[in-house]
Design a protein around this ligand. Structure first.
Ligand code: SF4
Length: 108
């Protein structure tokens, strides 16, 4: 292959720096935008726009990235069945193993 035809071969230093900075940011942004805030207990399509927005703003994740903080141990979680329960803040179904930024320990 003729090296002068490779698209990255003709970048100047400034263009290469811009690409090096922007490519990872674009990947992170795309991953964040594509992340589902629903989970095993509710389908994304069953969420209203406001419910979906609330999950996104509280950064609901499933499974929780912090094993010490899961919905099952949260004060706002009401257990139902099959590993699913209802969150009083998100007003909908969440997984016992999920979590959001409003996690608060159950009172003892
Ligand atoms: S408020 Fe508690 S139960 Fe509701 S999603 Fe967040 S961590 Fe889970």
């Amino acid at each position: 292959m003729d090296q002068t035809l490779h698209p990255l071969r003709n970048l100047d230093r400034r263009q290469a720096m811009r690409l090096a900075v922007s490519a990872p940011l674009a990947a992170v942004t795309a991953a964040w935008a594509a992340q589902a805030y629903a989970g095993a207990c509710v389908a994304e399509d069953d969420l209203s726009p406001s419910e979906s927005s609330m999950r996104r703003s509280l950064r609901y994740e499933e499974p929780s990235t912090d094993a010490a903080k899961i919905c099952g141990g949260c004060a706002f979680y009401k257990s139902e069945s099959g590993g699913c329960g209802k969150c009083q803040l998100l007003n909908g179904a969440v997984s016992v193993g999920g979590r959001c930024e409003s996690w608060a320990p159950k009172p003892k």
